[in-house]
Write a protein that binds this ligand. Structure first.
Ligand code: SF4
Length: 342
């Protein structure tokens, strides 16, 4: 049996029962693909369910306030995905009158949609013969065919896309794409795959050459940036000052507090110098690991309220503490709230 048939048969027997696999609605497939980028299914699934309950159609999402969309995304990370979803929903709802484009090239023109997502929507929702090449697909193909070209190079990407195109079942492109991704997620996993239970073991080059652990090859190591955030928390009489993040840095359009970033951890003496006599207490360093950054944050509780909300820190508002659940905060700030209020 050839690779594609074997993979599809395996998929039909072993696939997980996921809600977005039961629909051909391009809106829901789009939402699921965006949520599941960079996110494990177990983590993404409750977000998907909540998201499509809140915004069941592209028109509902288009009409939603941005703060509600960000709130629904809170804790999932990579927040530009939510902003782009919202932006594109408005475009589809208004300019395209709610009709999702059904051609790969047209889908790819939408903001926040690249080759991967366009291929997934075109093949799964519209049965168009386009491949989807994600980390799972790289891994399965590199191992089964023994491809040693690094996956994170232009040449590598070209080779893997060509290979996937050769293998694509043109009559069932959506099923084939989902099958190979699911196979990578459940069977040919990154570390210690159980090859003895694999249907492809006989012809798997990596298994036969004993190089499973060496594939796929990657050349670039991700550079990690370390950052130190000093947050100033102004709270009194049941009110708290929060700040909307703008600009191109992480967490755009989410809320945190007035912040001074420094190159190194800062001593309390230095902070006392910056804000003489105003610091009431301060937290331990709280660590937040992102994909390319590690943030160490300290929260300084200030013993005064700022009178002028929109002064030097900009974009700040006082809200009642019991309104906090209406605003979307990054996980780092949630950790602070949990440490502070339990
Ligand atoms: S035999 Fe092992 S390495 Fe090869 S495809 Fe199966 S799980 Fe992956």
């Amino acid at each position: 049996m050839n690779f594609s048939k074997a993979i599809i048969l395996w998929y039909q027997k072993n696939k997980r029962n996921l809600p977005f696999r039961k629909t051909k609605d391009p809106y829901r497939i789009w939402v699921s693909e965006i949520i599941l980028q960079q996110t494990r299914v177990s983590q993404g699934l409750p977000y998907y369910e909540r998201f499509v309950n809140l915004f069941p159609t592209v028109h509902h999402l288009a009409k939603a306030k941005e703060d509600s969309v960000m709130k629904a995304w809170q804790g999932l990370g990579y927040y530009s995905r939510a902003r782009n979803l919202h932006h594109t929903a408005i475009y589809i709802s208004k300019a395209l009158k709610g009709k999702f484009p059904d051609e790969f090239e047209k889908i790819k023109e939408l903001k926040g949609i690249g080759d991967y997502t366009a291929g997934a929507i075109a093949s799964i929702a519209f049965n168009k013969p386009h491949v989807v090449v994600d980390g799972n697909v790289f891994r399965v193909l590199s191992r089964y065919f023994g491809i040693i070209t690094p996956v994170d190079t232009i040449e590598g990407k070209k080779i893997f896309v060509q290979k996937a195109e050769e293998l694509l079942d043109k009559k069932r492109p959506g099923t084939f794409n989902q099958a190979i991704m699911e196979f990578g997620a459940l069977q040919c996993v990154p570390v210690n795959p159980d090859c003895t239970k694999c249907i492809l073991i006989k012809d798997c080059k990596a298994f036969n050459k004993r190089i499973v652990d060496n594939l796929p090859v990657k050349i670039k190591k991700t550079k990690i940036r370390i950052r130190y955030f000093n947050y100033f928390v102004f709270r009194a009489k049941g009110k708290i000052l929060i700040k909307k993040r703008t600009g191109s840095d992480i967490w755009k359009n989410l809320y945190d507090f007035p912040l001074i970033e420094m190159e190194k951890p800062v001593s309390l003496r230095r902070i006392q110098k910056l804000a003489p006599g105003l610091v009431k207490s301060y937290s331990k360093l709280i660590k937040q690991v992102l994909s390319h950054q590690i943030i160490f944050a300290r929260f300084f509780e200030m013993n005064t309220l700022r009178k002028n909300e929109n002064s030097d820190f900009g974009n700040t508002i006082y809200i009642n503490e019991n309104q906090l659940n209406k605003y979307a905060f990054p996980r780092l700030i949630e950790k602070y709230f949990t440490a502070k209020f339990g």
